[in-house]
Design a protein around this ligand. Structure first.
Ligand SMILES: Nc1ncnc2c1ncn2[C@@H]1O[C@H](COP(=O)(O)OP(=O)(O)OP(=O)(O)O)[C@@H](O)[C@H]1O
Ligand SMILES: [Mg+2]
Length: 218
């Protein structure tokens, strides 16, 4: 094959490569049509709007529109943070992604061992909201911090929703100062109220149904 022809073949191959859809390119994510209701993330199928704190949902939508990222939703256990984040997922205008902190760390580690697709480029390009639920759960260590730091870097100024039990003041102690600073740089939503998991203890009929005492002396 002469040089000219070889050049043409190479050129054609390069062109066909460029024409192939890039799996990491999320810029073509379709906007959801009006009224389309997305399914909740796995594990949140029982999500009900009656139990959603609508004020908090509206505030999160406002912060999203004002691009105050990351949005950190925090508060004590059982207040409904994860369900609220799942509700945001349903309402998000672009294709979102939702992961628990544990799964996210695990997936990242597996990818770094070559057992999966490194999430960083996909995350950098993801246009929709990326939610990491329950950040800081478990014992902190250097590599978890490194993953958190990298997440905050690749999602800098991009839609990122984090939930957790740690107060803004506790973030630096649990992670480190640079991570805390990057989380606080966005916006903060504190969700308090009752612990919805143990609330039945205040309901007499539920206590009769659910509380069993054995071996009581008469
Ligand atoms: N919108 C909802 N629909 C149905 N159930 C809900 C809803 N919101 C909260 N709950 C109930 O309240 C419980 C606690 O809610 P959730 O798991 O969201 O709390 P959390 O603030 O994320 O708690 P933790 O900090 O322990 O993760 C849920 O297990 C669920 O039973
Ligand atoms: Mg939760």
């Amino acid at each position: 094959m002469d040089e000219q022809k070889l050049g043409d073949v190479v050129q054609a191959n390069v062109q066909s490569m460029l024409n192939q859809p890039r799996t990491t390119n999320y810029s073509a994510e379709p906007e959801l049509p009006d009224g389309w209701k997305r399914k909740p993330p796995r594990g949140y199928e029982s999500l009900s709007d009656d139990k959603i704190n609508m004020d908090a949902l509206e505030e999160i939508k406002r912060l999203y529109n004002e691009k105050l990222f990351p949005i950190y939703l925090y508060g004590p256990t059982g207040r409904g943070k994860s369900f609220l984040a799942a509700r945001v997922h349903i309402a998000a205008p672009l294709w979102p992604r939702f992961e628990s902190y544990g799964d996210f760390i695990e997936e990242t580690i597996q990818a770094s061992k070559g057992n999966g697709y490194a999430p960083w480029e996909r995350l950098r390009e993801l246009k929709g909201i990326f939610t990491v639920d329950e950040i800081g759960v478990g014992v902190p260590n250097d590599w978890k911090n490194e993953i958190m730091w990298k997440l905050l870097e690749v999602r800098r100024d991009k839609p990122l929703l984090l939930t957790g039990n740690l107060t803004p003041g506790e973030l630096a102690k649990h992670f480190d100062a640079r991570i805390a600073s990057r989380i606080i740089a966005g916006s903060l939503v504190e969700l308090d109220g009752v612990d919805q998991r143990s609330n039945w203890l205040n309901d007499k009929s539920e206590v009769e149904r659910r509380f069993v005492k054995i071996g009581k002396k008469s």
